[in-house]
Structures are given as C-alpha cells and as structure tokens.
Design a binder for this molecule. Structure first.
Ligand SMILES: Nc1ncnc2c1ncn2[C@@H]1O[C@H](COP(=O)(O)OP(=O)(O)OP(=O)(O)O)[C@@H](O)[C@H]1O
Ligand SMILES: [Mg+2]
Length: 401
C-alpha cells in the first residue's frame, strides 16, 4: 500500500515536470534551503547550465548575487499563507542574472524578470519559482518615460516659443504704431502746407505794404485776424490728429457716416492734389459699437494705400469709392479703387508684417496693423481682392464688439 502511494506520487511529479519543461518560462523547484530539485529547459537554455550540473546544489552557490535572505523569507511566507507570492520586477530587477543579447534600443544588460513563488509540495516544503521575461515591457516602459520627459521638454520649449512670438507680436504692433505716428506727421504736414503758405503770404504782403507806406490799421487788423484764424485751424488740426491716433480704451457707439467724413478731412488735401474722386455711399444712420480710433486708423491705412498706388500708376479717372452695407448684426465696408491693382504674386503676402513694394517709402506694416486691429480688437474680418484694374478691401464688423 505504502509503495503504491509513492509510485503515484512520482507519477504526478513526472507529469508536472513534463508540462514544466515545455512552458515558455523559467521554472526552478527549490526547498526552503534553496536547494535545487528541478531546473526546466527554459532555465537550462537561458543560463547555459545543464540540469545535472545544478540539481542538489544551492541556488546561491550557482548565482552568488541573489539575495538569499529575502528569497528564503518569501518562500516561508508563501508556505505560511499557502498562496503564491509575487515580485513585480520593476525596472532593472531580476532574480537570476541572465545576460541578454542587445535587443534593438534596449537599455538593459540583464533580462528583467517577474518572479512568482508558488507552494508546490507542501509536505516536502518545495516551491516552484516561476520566472517570466519582462525585458521588452520594462524596456518599453523606460522608453516611454524618456519620451514623456522629451514631450515635457518640448512643451516647455513650445511655451517659450509662444512667449517669444507674443513678444515679437507686441513689438510689431509697437513698430506699426510708430509707423502710424510717422504717417500722422506726414498727413499733418499735408494739412499744414496750405495754411502755412497763407500765413507767409499775409506776412509778406504786410511787409511790402509797410515799405510802400500804405499799411494802415484796417489792413493790419484784417491780416492779423486772418493769421489768428489760420493758426487756430493749425492747432485744431494737431488736436484732431492727436485725438484720433490715441487708442481707445472703451468701445463707443459711433456713426459710420461721420467716421468716413473724418477720413475725408484727414486726406482731403492729398486727394485734391492728386485729383482723386472720393465717394462715400453710406446711410447716415448706421451706428456700430466699436473702438472708433482703431477703426479710423485702419480705414486711413487702406485709403492711404490707394492714394500711394495712384501716385505710382498713371491713371486717368482716379476713383476711390466706399460702400457700407448694414446687415442684421454686422456691417460690411467695401473700399475700392481703380489704381492698377496688386500683382497676383504679392496678394498672398500683403497682410504679412514688413511686406512692402514701396522700397523706402513703406514700412509694410499698414495692412498687418489693419488685420491685427480688425481681427483681434474689433472682432471683425478683413479680406482683399485685386485685379489689374484695382483693389477691393472688404471689412466685416460686428455691430457690437
Ligand atoms: N490699394 C492698393 N493698390 C495697390 N497695391 C496695394 C494696395 N494696398 C496694398 N497694396 C500693396 O500691399 C503692400 C503692403 O501694404 P501695407 O499697407 O501693408 O504696406 P505699405 O503700404 O507698403 O507700407 P506702409 O503702410 O507702412 O506705408 C503695399 O506695399 C502694396 O504693394
Ligand atoms: Mg500702407
């Protein structure tokens, strides 16, 4: 009877060994003293040790680097609670040192392992130590970590780049403001030319009359009056320009007809000089809530471009026409000229900062500034169309910003 039981026991162990020899994991059967009772094919293959050379030996004699104490403690625990205990191999973790052939991009020299300790023969205090190769996973994890780090660094770089771009954007706006100042001064110069020459003429006339001895009080008073009026006009012009070139802090309800009248006021001497017909087709009761001065500056930039184009091209009946159409909750402003148009190859670039075909006479910031103001401050949209006859700029604005 006793012999029968032993035979049964061996047979069962044989069947187990049969299975264990073919599985794709390392299996070592150990007792509590870490003596080796079984060493499967996987282990033999990976450690290049034959079973005959390891059976009966202590695991730590063969692999002196293993942590003997911890392993024994884990085995005892497995028996005590009679369930498997696990070691999740974190990166660079292994029980048995198995050198690996460098797999592509691998950062490990030794196979990374998950180790399970399973009570195997309770009465003999045998455990099966199952070793699973986790190198690829650990490697992927490690690569992932480096990539996460890289993404973080890239993110940082992007944030920096964004800051730089914002700074450059501000710089450009400030440059375009300076350009607008220059523009303002040249417009003032235009406006002043006539009244200044009037003052000059009045003074010269007074001098001549005095020398000829025909200067009387009436003539003197009249001339002084005229000079006073003209200097008042000069100073008003300056105030007007200054007021309109200051950015508005708050949006106000404005009448578009009045705004275009104002544009005429700023440009009339130049329009007259070049003999340009300027027509404004707009209902006098269209109101929108917006930043008045920013809108006026944009319109002046666009009108100045038309005037500049007329200076460059010899056109007979020079015309600039403005048509304003009111929609339900927006207005469409069309500004059109017949000044010869923009070359097809340039049309894509006109809104880019510093794009100009006017060599020294243009900063190339005019339309860039218009686009920035209209898109970002006025929450509208600007587009430009052109052919060999002329150019049409369309501005769509919400009736309230
Ligand atoms: N109405 C137009 N007719 C012909 N060309 C135009 C017209 N409007 C713009 N352009 C072209 O677009 C370019 C860019 O215009 P933008 O107003 O941005 O700069 P600029 O007029 O050259 O310089 P700035 O406005 O600083 O004086 C101009 O140089 C010109 O070639
Ligand atoms: Mg311009």
């Amino acid at each position: 009877m006793a012999q029968n039981k032993t035979q049964q026991h061996f047979r069962r162990l044989d069947v187990d060994k049969e299975i264990l020899s073919v599985i794709n994991n390392g299996v070592i059967i150990l007792d509590e003293q870490l003596q080796i009772h079984y060493y499967n094919k996987w282990m033999q293959l990976h450690t290049k040790l034959k079973e005959d050379n390891v059976l009966g030996k202590k695991l730590y004699d063969i692999f002196p680097t293993i942590n003997k104490k911890t392993l024994i403690r884990k085995i005892k625990t497995a028996f005590k609670i009679n369930t498997p205990t696990f070691y999740a191999a974190s990166s660079s973790n292994y029980l048995i040192p198995i050198k690996i052939n460098q797999i592509k991009n691998s950062i490990f020299q030794y196979m990374q392992q998950d180790v399970s300790i399973i009570p195997f023969e309770q009465d003999k205090q045998f455990v099966a130590v199952i070793i699973t190769d986790q190198t690829i996973m650990a490697n992927t994890n490690a690569l992932l970590q480096t990539n996460i780090q890289k993404v973080k660094e890239l993110n940082q770089a992007l944030i920096k780049e964004k800051e730089v771009t914002e700074f450059q954007h501000k710089q450009l706006l400030s440059n375009s403001r300076s350009a607008a100042m220059g523009e303002m001064i040249s417009m003032i110069a235009h406006q002043w030319r006539q009244p200044l020459s009037l003052i000059n003429t009045l003074i010269a006339t007074l001098k001549i009359k005095k020398e000829l001895g025909v200067l009387n009080d009436t003539i003197l008073d009249n001339s002084i009056n005229k000079i006073e009026k003209t200097t008042n006009f000069l100073s008003h012009t300056i105030d007007d320009f200054r007021d309109y070139f200051k950015p508005n802090k708050i949006a106000t309800k404005i009448n578009l007809f009045n705004l275009f009248e104002k544009s005429l006021f700023f440009l009339k001497s130049e329009l007259k000089q070049l003999d340009i017909e300027y027509t404004i087709d707009i209902n006098s009761n269209i109101y929108i809530k917006t930043y008045k001065n920013e809108l006026l500056q944009s319109i002046l930039n666009i009108l100045k471009n038309s005037i500049d184009a007329f200076k460059e091209n010899n056109i007979k009946n020079k015309k600039i026409s403005v048509i304003v159409v009111k929609n339900e909750d927006s207005v469409l402003i069309n500004i059109e000229d017949n000044a010869g148009g923009i070359k097809c190859k340039n049309l894509q670039q006109v809104f880019e900062p510093y794009f100009s075909t006017k060599s020294k006479n243009g900063t190339g910031l005019g339309l860039y500034m218009c686009k920035t103001i209209i898109n970002e401050h006025l929450h509208g949209n600007i587009s430009i169309e052109s052919d060999e006859n002329g150019t049409k700029v369309a501005i769509l604005l919400p009736d309230k910003v």
